[in-house]
Design a protein around this ligand. Structure first.
Ligand code: S3P
Length: 429
């Protein structure tokens, strides 16, 4: 177990950084490249543990993938050309890898066993195994396919119209990826819009995808053609420094090349509504995945309500949003966010318990949390519980807490942001 001991900053955070590549887009670029025809070149790939696990799984499925730092080359073989792996496929901590890969394996006429780490072992898989079974895949697993280890033997997939009970890009993507290889049309309707990277990237690979409100459809049997994918910076990683810039006195931080896909920018809406001093420049690449540069400065903040359609647009940012709320005057209510309970940890519990240890006035609710600010946080021993976003949130909290913040299991940040603590350090000089 790694432990970080951090103390309050004497000066603010100042400088310019490039946050690492987007996790969701990096996963998809490898997976879609694997089932496309031709050679896909990916730049600014996220070398986080989750995305490296995606590469390792697809290599075990017979795909040649070369990685040279942030540059990745995927030698795609086309649909139905994966090979039966001789080993189990281990996704580590990555929910995106397991759920999207199950969608791809749903029409592979061979057997695979899929496992992950203890956190993955607690995360619900029926949300994908159920629709994939309805489409014709044979899936078994612990508690009737709810939890890993899972085994899958695919083949003979038929398109369905699936009405997802949850707003989840992982569910939507798994069903679409299965449908892509099956017979007929597959349609997914979700209750609220989730991130749309799959729809955008399938189009970049030459596939025709139709979107009508909350319904996405595609025709099975379409071939994907290799593409060059430039991964924008991850707004979910940028969020830690956006919040740091806003809450640490005397700060001005510029974040370059941050992904600005409108299904991901809820954190920017919330920062603006809370009164943060932020500006966005140089917006580009709107066709594929928009990105731009964000500048944020120390700000006077006020509490707000965060709920409804905004939640899927900032679901991964709620841990850092809770810290932000501790530094806003008044009350912040986060609701409609019960999905937090099935993330890398139960993030309602881990956020509330760890922030309480630092003196925050925060309480858990059934579907979110209530935070009363503004509070001077203090040092204590805290723990990431193996959840990368909890580890990073606690790292930012240490910048403003009186006394030493000792973060146990700080190594978890490597799942999505291996150089997080180095960049935090860099901005202090
Ligand atoms: C992701 C979708 C989200 C998000 C996760 C990445 C993706 O999960 O929380 O970190 O890449 O599709 P859900 O689809 O379960 O909402």
């Amino acid at each position: 177990m790694e432990v970080k001991r951090l103390t309050k900053l004497k000066n603010g955070l100042n400088g310019t950084i490039f946050v690492p590549g987007d996790k969701s887009i990096s996963h998809r670029a490898v997976m879609f490249g694997a089932i496309a025809e031709g050679t896909t070149k990916i730049t600014n790939f996220l070398q986080g543990e989750d995305c490296l696990n995606t590469i390792a799984c697809f290599q075990k499925l017979g795909i040649k993938i070369e990685q040279n730092g942030n540059d990745v080359t995927v030698y795609g073989k086309g649909l139905q050309r994966l090979v039966e792996p001789t080993e189990v496929l281990d996704v580590g901590n990555s929910g995106t890898t397991i759920r999207l890969m199950l969608g791809i394996l749903a029409n592979a006429s061979f057997h695979c066993t899929v496992i992950g780490d203890p956190s993955i072992g607690k995360r619900p898989m029926k949300r994908v195994t159920e629709p994939l079974r309805q489409m014709g895949a044979k899936i078994d697993g612990r508690e009737d396919g709810q939890y890993t280890p899972l085994s899958i033997r695919g083949g003979n997939i038929k398109g369905i119209h699936y009405r997802s009970p949850v707003a989840s890009a992982q569910v939507k993507s798994a069903v679409l990826l299965a449908g892509l290889q099956g017979e007929g049309v597959t349609t997914v309707t979700e209750p609220l819009q989730s991130r749309d990277h799959t729809e955008r990237m399938l189009r970049t690979f030459g596939c025709c995808v139709t979107v009508d409100g909350l319904t996405v459809s595609l025709e099975g049997g379409q071939k994907l053609s290799a593409a060059n994918i430039e991964v924008p910076g991850d707004i979910s990683s940028a969020a830690f420094f956006l919040v740091a810039g806003a809450i640490v006195p005397n700060s001005k931080v510029v974040l370059k090349n941050v992904g600005l896909n409108p299904t991901r920018t809820g954190i920017l809406d919330v920062l603006s509504q809370m009164g943060a001093n932020l500006s966005i420049d140089n917006i580009r690449n709107e066709e594929f995945e928009p990105c731009g540069d964000i500048t944020i400065e120390t700000s006077q903040l006020r509490g707000i309500e965060v709920s409804g359609t905004l939640i899927p647009k900032l679901i991964d940012e709620i841990p850092i949003l809770a810290l932000l709320a501790t530094q806003a005057e008044g009350t912040t209510v986060i609701k409609d966010a019960e999905e937090l309970k099935v993330k890398e940890t139960n993030r309602i519990d881990t956020v509330v318990n760890e922030l309480k240890k630092l003196g925050a006035h925060i309480e858990a609710t059934e579907d979110g949390m209530i935070v009363h600010g503004k509070t001077q946080l203090h040092g204590n021993v805290v723990n990431s519980h193996g959840d990368h976003r909890i580890g990073m949130m606690l790292g930012i909290a240490s910048c403003i807490a009186d006394g030493e913040v000792i973060i146990e299991n700080s190594e978890a940040v490597a799942v999505s942001y291996p150089n997080f603590f180095e960049q935090l350090h860099m901005l202090q000089n």
